[in-house]
Design a binder for this molecule. Structure first.
Ligand SMILES: NC(=O)c1ccc[n+]([C@@H]2O[C@H](COP(=O)([O-])OP(=O)(O)OC[C@H]3O[C@@H](n4cnc5c(N)ncnc54)[C@H](O)[C@@H]3O)[C@@H](O)[C@H]2O)c1
Ligand SMILES: [Zn+2]
Ligand SMILES: [Zn+2]
Length: 362
């Protein structure tokens, strides 16, 4: 059976998204059909619409989602019908060279559904990050659906599916933030604020939020920033030096995706410290023009962070438990709940800095 549902589609570069009829096949081997309850609007969806990721239009957008498993393929054992799940884009294969070497968070062959969802005329859709959850139902690989405690609010925990997990993991796993560390987070959107919240949970001593928007800086404080810097008014590198007894930060997280911000993160880092690049650049951006002696002489590490080096099966249930215990405030990321028809407007609100996350609730 094919399911006819409504979904948000980006048809071409820079073209406003539209709600279209989407045909979703029944799950085959290894697949699960999920009735989506909530899906957050992430900056990466906007990158897709702008052609910043690739040119495989039309895209079925949406990838920060929670829902209920409605059907599974014959051989599926990892999830069952009725499970409450958060969707992930890291269903590890267990067989690639990263998985075999015991580093499955780098898995180079993550699973997606094999069957295509299509437009009504049969045009195949490219689901954003292999998910495509701005739709009433979506088809994923069974391993992309991670069961979590069913008492959690779908609009909040769905955000673990991408941005919040990426930011949390960028600080915790990629950056290795520890008790007593000094952390600077550049870009206090959903991703950056999750890095700030994670740094607080890890026991960081000083947590500095940097953004160009006063509203974002106020929210960063709510998530645990001990200090904030308005990069539109002050030089963050100098200010971070002043806030850290002249030493700069042990871990700098770049959560914007721009070369000039990476450059600031590089120079705001203490000797032997770590720079984490979690913001996604576009193809035309170039690495900052750094003197090589600065790279060598400062030591430490420059580390890109794909999805916060997370393992969804390990991290989603754990973070949902922290959320339910009141130790990790996921509700605070939800600025507003909206309908499928409001995604284009939500992009504009994101660009104007009015929201952390608009979440489509179905
Ligand atoms: N690596 C991953 O796995 C992963 C996962 C999800 C999202 N991302 C990326 O992370 C980035 C942030 O995502 P988001 O959803 O938080 O976006 P967002 O738009 O909510 O937040 C970006 C923030 O950066 C701020 N900003 C812009 N220019 C700045 C500057 N020059 N200096 C300081 N702050 C500046 C903006 O005011 C905004 O608050 C995006 O590039 C997104 O694609 C990466
Ligand atoms: Zn693998
Ligand atoms: Zn995302």
């Amino acid at each position: 059976m094919t399911h006819e549902v409504r979904g948000v589609v980006a048809k071409g570069k820079g073209t406003p998204v539209s709600v279209e009829t989407v045909l979703v096949p029944d799950p085959g081997p290894g697949e699960a059909l999920v009735r989506v309850q909530a899906c957050g609007v992430c900056h990466t969806d906007l990158h897709y619409r702008e052609g910043g990721i690739n040119d495989d239009f039309p895209f079925l957008l949406g990838h920060e989602a929670a829902g209920i498993v409605e059907a599974v393929g014959d051989d599926v054992t990892v999830v069952s019908v009725g499970d409450f799940v958060v969707l992930n884009w890291r269903a590890v294969c267990g067989e690639c060279r990263a998985c075999r070497r015991g580093k499955p968070w780098y898995c180079f062959n993550t699973h997606n559904a094999s069957q295509k969802m299509t437009l009504a005329d049969g045009t195949p859709l490219s689901p954003a990050l292999g998910i495509g959850a701005f739709a009433e139902k979506t088809l994923v690989a069974a391993g992309q659906a991670t069961p979590v405690n069913a008492s959690a609010n779908p609009a909040a925990v769905g955000l673990l599916g991408c941005g919040v997990m990426a930011g949390f993991g960028a600080a915790t796993y990629t950056g290795g933030v520890m008790r007593g560390d000094t952390v600077a987070v550049f870009g206090c959107g959903g991703v950056g604020d999750a890095a700030i919240a994670a740094s607080r949970l890890a026991g960081a001593r000083t947590i500095i939020g940097v953004d160009r928007d006063a509203r974002k800086l106020a929210w960063a404080k709510d998530f645990g920033a001990t200090h904030v810097i308005d990069a539109s008014k002050e030089d963050p590198v100098e200010k971070i030096k002043a806030l850290t007894e002249g030493n700069w930060a042990d871990v700098c997280v770049e959560a914007v995706g721009r070369p000039e911000v990476l450059q600031q993160a590089f120079f705001a880092r203490d000797l032997a410290g770590t720079v984490v690049q979690v913001g996604v650049p576009t193809p035309e951006m170039r690495f900052p023009d750094l003197p090589m002696i600065e790279f060598f002489g400062r030591g430490g590490a420059l580390k890109p962070s794909w999805y916060g080096d997370c393992l969804p099966s390990r991290d989603f249930p754990m973070l949902v438990d922290l959320y339910l215990q009141g130790r990790f405030d996921l509700d605070r990321f939800v600025s507003e709940t909206i309908a499928l028809d409001d995604v284009e407007e939500a992009f504009h609100k994101m660009e104007r800095g009015e929201v952390l996350r608009s979440v489509v609730v179905l």
